[in-house]
Design a binder for this molecule. Sequence first.
Ligand code: HEC
Length: 190
Amino acid sequence: MGDSGAGNDDAQGPGDGGTGSSDGAADGSSAGEGASEGASEGASEGATEGATEGTTGDANEVPPMGGADLLPWLEAANYADWAAESGVHASAGPHGGGVRTFLNASLFASLAGGVDTHEVGAAVVKELYDGESLTGWAVMVKVTAAPDGDSWYWYEIIGASIYADDVGEALCVGCHTTGADFVRTPFPLQ
Ligand code: HEC
């Protein structure tokens, strides 16, 4: 329990460590970093609460935020037992060639109930494929209750390129506003 809190705090700073944040993504993430500090601190507290009081006691229910912790979590497929789309299908958006979406229990319940605003701790992991190969992930985690883009943590990595690793990432928010509290995956899952 205490661990997940500490993990989150650590994660916010070094989020762009690790892989090659040398492309266009680097600009965005360094600009965003100062601005996001306050937001993400509050945000990760909120998410931690959601995680600990949430629907299941499962440690893998809410992904750690910040690429330094999140990427290994994804690589270990900690989301594998979440509700998932039956297979890889073409993305209707810009998310690589093929995608397969996994919902945690909180988000699944919320979408099933037709709720407008998802609960703090709701999370989704989307696997990104090039043909048969898994090349990256897109992740959203609800961090504050408000129904706006700043209430989600956004992450996307394809190969070594990180396209988002922040709360309220503008690149992602803009296109996701048409979703149900920013979630665009068709539900029931296909
Ligand atoms: C041009 C539009 C567009 C942009 C920009 C965009 N997305 Fe998406 N996203 C979609 C669509 C459409 C879906 C629905 C599933 C699909 O077809 O891929 C989706 C699905 C997702 C999902 C699965 C959960 C859901 O909402 O359905 C995640 C996670 C996600 N996007 C993350 C991101 C992140 C992170 C960024 C920013 C780097 C981003 N998206 C930018 C259009 C977009």
